[in-house]
Ligand binder design. Structure first.
Ligand code: B12
Ligand SMILES: [Zn+2]
Length: 278
C-alpha cells in the first residue's frame, strides 16, 4: 500500500501488503507535533488523492493523458512534484509492469504510461528553472548513469530530480554507456558519488565490469559507487565485492552524497574539479 501524510500530502513510502496499490494515510514526522486525529476534511482529501491515482494508473484508458493536466491536478491536490513522482507515477508504473506480466495490459499501454511519465518529468523540470544551473553540472556532486544495456531511464530521472530538488549538482546520462566511456566521463567530471541504475539481473555484469575498471584506474580520487534500481530490490547480488554500495531510493543516494561531500576522503569538493573534456 502507498502511505501518505494526511496533513501535508507528502508521500511516506510503501507499507505491507506490498504490490497492492491502494492509498492509506499516516502522519509524517514534521506534522506529528500538531496532529491529533484525522478530520473528515482530511479524509476527503485522501479520497481525492485515491481518485487521482485511480485515473493515473489507467491513464491510457481515459482522457487523463496530457502531462500538463496530470501535473496541474496533482499540484491542485497539494502534491509536491517529487511526491507525485514517487507516490503516484512510481507505483502506477510498477503496477503496469505487473499487469503486463500477467497479460492484463498490452505493451502499448506501458509505452503510453511511460511517455506520459517522461513528459510529466520534463514539465516538472521546465517549471523549476532555478534547477537548471545544477542540472548537467560540470562539477557534479553526483554522476548518474544507467548500467550498460539498461533501457529503463525513468527511475534515474526521478533520482536526478530528487537530488536537484535538494540542491545537489548532478550530471546524468541515459541510456547506458560502454564501460570505457563511463570511466572516461567519471575521470573527467570527478563526482563525489557515481550512482548507477540497474533494472534487470543480466545488467549486473556491466556494473561488475565498471567497478573493476574504476578500481584498476590509476586516477585518484575515485568516487564512491552506489548502485540502485529494480534489479537490486529483491535479487541477491555480489556488488559489494566490486566496490558498490546498494541504495534503494533517491534519499539513500542523497544522504550518501551529502556524507561524502562532508568527509575528507573521496573526491574533491564540488567546484574544484576539472571537466575539460565534457
Ligand atoms: C517502463 C518499463 C519499461 C520501459 C522503460 C522506458 C524508460 N524510458 O524508462 C521499456 C519499454 C524500455 C522496458 C523494456 C524492458 N523491460 Co521493462 N519495465 C518497465 C516498468 C513497467 C516500469 C519501470 C519504471 O520506470 N518504474 C518506475 C521507476 C520510478 O522505478 P525504478 O526504476 O525502480 O526506480 C526507483 C528506484 O529503484 C530507485 N533507483 C533507480 N535507479 C537508482 C539508482 C541508484 C544509484 C539508487 C540509489 C536508486 C535508484 O529510485 C527510483 C525512484 O524511487 C517495469 C515495472 C517495474 N516493476 O518497475 C518493467 C520491468 C522492469 N521491465 C521488465 C522487462 C522484462 C523488460 C524487457 C526485458 C521487456 C522485453 N521483453 O523487451 C525490456 C528490457 C529493456 C532493457 N534492455 O533494459 C521487467 C523486469 C523483470 C526482471 N526482474 O527481470 C519488469 C519488472 C516488468 C515485469 N513485471 O516483468 N521496460
Ligand atoms: Zn506531513
Amino acid at each position: 500500500m502507498i502511505r501518505w501524510c494526511a496533513y501535508c500530502q507528502k508521500f511516506l513510502g510503501e507499507v505491507p501488503p506490498f504490490g497492492e496499490f491502494t492509498l492509506t494515510h499516516g502522519v509524517c514526522a514534521a506534522c506529528k507535533g500538531g496532529a491529533a486525529r484525522i478530520s473528515s476534511a482530511e479524509a476527503r482529501e485522501l479520497r481525492a488523492l485515491g481518485d487521482y491515482y485511480a485515473e493515473l494508473r489507467d491513464a491510457t484508458r481515459n482522457s487523463f493523458e496530457r502531462a500538463t493536466t496530470v501535473l496541474d491536478r496533482g499540484l491542485a491536490l497539494g502534491l509536491a512534484p517529487i511526491d507525485l513522482m514517487m507516490g503516484m507515477l512510481q507505483p502506477a508504473l510498477y503496477e503496469m509492469g505487473q499487469r503486463w506480466a500477467v497479460g492484463e495490459r498490452r505493451v502499448a499501454d506501458e509505452h503510453q504510461l511511460t511517455a506520459l511519465s517522461s513528459a510529466i518529468l520534463e514539465l516538472a523540470f521546465e517549471r523549476r528553472p532555478e534547477l537548471t544551473p545544477l542540472r548537467q553540472s560540470r562539477a557534479p556532486a553526483v554522476l548518474l548513469l544507467v548500467a550498460e544495456g539498461n533501457a529503463h531511464t525513468l527511475g534515474l530521472r526521478i533520482v536526478e530530480y530528487s537530488l536537484l530538488d535538494r540542491g545537489l549538482p548532478v550530471f546524468t546520462i541515459a541510456p547506458g554507456l560502454p564501460v570505457e566511456e563511463a570511466c572516461e566521463l567519471t575521470r573527467a567530471l570527478r563526482p563525489n558519488v557515481l550512482g548507477v541504475s540497474v533494472a534487470l539481473p543480466e545488467q549486473l555484469d556491466g556494473l561488475r565490469a565498471l567497478g573493476t575498471a574504476l578500481a584498476t584506474s590509476s586516477d585518484a580520487p575515485r568516487p564512491a559507487l552506489v548502485a540502485g534500481g529494480s534489479a537490486l530490490r529483491h535479487e541477491r547480488h555480489d556488488l559489494e565485492s566490486y566496490g558498490f554500495r546498494v541504495g534503494s531510493s533517491p534519499l539513500t543516494l542523497y544522504d550518501f552524497a551529502r556524507g561524502s561531500i562532508g568527509s575528507d576522503e573521496g573526491a574533491a569538493p564540488p567546484g574544484q574539479r576539472n571537466a575539460a573534456n565534457w
